[in-house]
Design a protein around this ligand. Structure first.
Ligand SMILES: [Zn+2]
Length: 274
């Protein structure tokens, strides 16, 4: 018996193509040129793609018989980065729309405020150095926690959200000293963000809700980051060994064997640091 493994050049499908129907047609044409009609489709066993329009090819119906699939024996293999991106975006659906939208405006508002060095300096001066409720001996070390400014939030990149949540949650206890005058004269905030932040500062229930959600989101993002970190490392070195390697291990990011053995199932339940 002769087993032959081939990689068909389907990656060019993504180039300047607009939708699944267009890509399906281009894919069909490519396969007809490649071999007799229907032969390649029957023989293809796996289809790797991101989670965009190409992923529709997994479920594409046969042109001759719509009750059947175009690739009847295919195992879809989605790329983990895109899968994780969608997974992290879905946490939003656990909340009602208004709750989430208020939370996100507050998160974005705080990130914008504390991304600016001058606002952070103003906050340290008035809310730490000149704050009589903070013991004098603690002020220096508390002020030093604001040496770095808050990273910016990029709404469609979950990893930026992780960085922002990490920065904010570590400093949560300071934000009880926030006063409405922190909002004055800041032109980066939209009116909506300004109003949402004002509520966060003035209303203890709004503040408790925001921090509750922020900590839950941070935990979920921490999990996501663990999966991301695992997926980008190799099966043959520990994390510590991997950091020291120069050049990097050629097996970085090659996790298919472990995934096919069920590793992702474990990721649902466990932190994946190894
Ligand atoms: Zn390795």
């Amino acid at each position: 018996m002769k087993v032959e493994s081939r990689l068909l050049p389907l990656q060019i499908l993504g180039k300047q193509a607009a939708n699944t129907a267009y890509k399906a047609k281009a894919c069909e044409r490519m396969l007809v040129l490649e071999s007799e009609n229907g032969v390649a489709q029957e023989r293809i066993r796996s289809l790797m793609s991101d989670m965009g329009t190409e992923s529709g090819l997994w479920a594409l119906p046969s042109f001759d018989d719509p009750a059947k699939k175009y690739f009847p024996f295919v195992l879809p293999l989605a790329d983990i980065d895109h899968g994780l991106h969608h997974c992290m975006e879905e946490t939003e659906f656990a909340y009602n729309h208004t709750t989430w939208s208020t939370y996100f405006k507050q998160l974005n508002g705080l990130a914008k405020l504390f991304a600016r060095r001058e606002t952070v300096d103003r906050f340290i001066k008035f809310q730490i150095w000149e704050n009589t409720r903070i013991p004098g001996e603690a002020k220096q070390s508390l002020a030093s926690m604001f040496k770095t400014t808050c990273p910016s939030l990029c709404p469609h990149r979950w990893m930026y959200e992780f960085e922002v949540l990490h920065w904010l949650c570590e400093r949560e206890s300071f934000f009880k000293y926030l006063e409405p005058n922190i909002l004055s004269g800041d032109s980066d905030l939209s009116q909506d963000e300004g109003n949402a932040l004002k509520r966060l500062i003035e209303d203890p229930t709004a503040s408790a809700r925001f921090w509750g959600m922020a900590w839950v989101e941070l935990q979920l993002h921490r999990w996501g980051f663990g999966v991301y970190d695992w997926a980008h490392r190799c099966p043959c070195h520990t994390k510590a060994e991997n950091k020291l390697l120069k050049p990097p291990c050629p097996w970085n990011g090659r996790r298919l064997m472990e995934i096919s053995a069920g590793k992702l199932q474990a990721c649902f339940f466990l932190s994946v640091h190894s």
